[in-house]
Design a protein. Structure first.
Length: 406
């Protein structure tokens, strides 16, 4: 879900839209999250990202940060993301769900209180405007959207849903992700009053839980393929909670560089790289997120932007497909590299959207779009890198097994 600022694939390599490389006033306009002081004290290397000054890595380094998250627990500042509340004017949260279904191809009426679901805003061509998480909080819906898209998403919601819902941006709220096999133990240690409820939570559960700095909205979810939590709370308490967590031996602060390699190993999409306005959910291999009720023959089929195109593709397939890619050599293949059917053909058949080194695998990994005929596991394609054709094998994702608590 998390977004790339539309250019450089690897956050640790910066972005071609890096404000620090423009006029002096642009760099000064970067925003800071509630955890900025923690990043400074922890020695983070900061980088412009989606209009914010964000940590790309800490002294531990990207490789060790990645492996520490897989082995123990990593703390991520995701306060640049946008949180938006939808409050139904009728007082019935089902009416907010019905209204939001006009903008997403997802069954939200079936989303029970205390649960969340992955969704995407679509356009009339079936492309993806943004991907997001939607949680049923009992009397309202909570949306978490990508930072680079959040103001456009807010305008989109206000334009289409303001008659049915009060739309309340909570862009000032902090958001912390705690990911890894020891995440539950670390969070329970700093918030002991919530320990029993944390233990009872399963993947995609959402609850308001007590913490030493006040109540927090906690979801058992994340962007690494590991078990873990995302914690939304008021900014005045976020810094103290984050510092208490990284004081635990099992928790290290983790930057954008390792966040990207973790999500890539997990086969998770990055908005602006793997998803965009010209890519449909079916092309992106996200049809699992479109439930039966919204498909043809379902209780509420269609009714969202681009429905005709998306529903046709659900039945007949799309001409291209997002696939996992394993380079056969040791050289990483980065986003933007064209893909060819063989070593000699002139016309590319697809392109790489995300790529880098997978520390858990000890090998390079990538994702990209290939023709449907070449989207089956073990099909071979070639990426052009610095004038050379490098072989890659289509592979199922995730590259590393997910460890969500079911």
């Amino acid at each position: 879900m998390d977004e790339q600022t539309k250019s450089s694939q690897d956050p640790s390599q910066g972005s071609s839209q890096d404000p620090s490389q423009g006029e002096e006033g642009e760099a000064a306009s970067l925003r800071r999250t509630a955890l900025y002081a923690l990043h400074e004290r922890a020695g983070a290397r900061m980088t412009p990202f989606a209009g914010y000054e964000m940590p790309v890595q800490y002294p531990l380094g990207v490789l060790k940060e990645h492996l520490h998250t897989r082995a123990a627990a990593g703390l991520f500042d995701v306060g640049h993301m946008g949180q938006i509340l939808l409050r139904p004017r009728s007082g019935d949260v089902a009416d907010a769900a019905r209204a939001l279904e006009r903008l997403v191809p997802v069954d939200l009426l079936a989303l029970k209180p205390g649960r969340q679901r992955y969704a995407m805003f679509t356009n009339e061509a079936g492309g993806i405007l943004d991907d997001l998480m939607v949680a049923n909080r009992g009397d309202h819906l909570l949306l978490v959207v990508n930072a680079a898209c959040k103001h456009a998403d807010l305008a989109h919601l206000e334009r289409h849903l303001s008659g049915d819902c009060a739309i309340e941006p909570r862009f000032e709220r902090a958001l912390i992700a705690l990911q890894g096999p020891k995440a539950e133990a670390a969070l329970a240690a700093v918030a002991p009053e919530a320990a029993d409820r944390l233990a009872a939570m399963r993947f995609m559960d959402v609850a308001e839980l007590p913490t030493p700095v006040g109540p927090a909205v906690v979801s058992r979810s994340g962007y690494t393929g590991e078990d873990g939590f995302e914690i939304g709370l008021e900014p005045h308490g976020a810094l103290a909670l984050a510092e208490a967590l990284i004081a635990r031996e099992q928790v290290e602060p983790i930057g954008l560089g390792a966040r990207d390699s973790l999500r890539l190993e997990a086969g998770l999409c990055l908005y602006g790289s793997d998803l965009d306005e010209a890519t449909t959910p079916v092309e992106a291999a996200l049809e699992w997120a479109i439930q039966k009720a919204r498909r043809r023959g379902g209780a509420r089929a269609g009714g969202f932007p681009g429905a005709q195109i998306i529903l046709d593709q659900l039945e007949t397939g799309a001409a291209r497909r997002r696939v996992g890619l394993l380079p056969e050599g040791r050289a990483p293949v980065r986003g933007g590299a064209p893909l060819f059917a063989d070593e000699a053909s002139d016309a590319p058949v697809g392109h790489v959207t995300s790529g880098g080194f997978g520390p858990s695998l000890g090998a390079p990994v990538a994702m990209g779009y290939a023709p449907a005929a070449r989207a089956e596991p073990d099909a071979r394609v070639f990426a052009e890198v610095r004038g050379k054709r490098l072989p890659l094998r289509v592979a199922a994702t995730p590259f590393v097994p997910s460890t969500y608590k079911r």
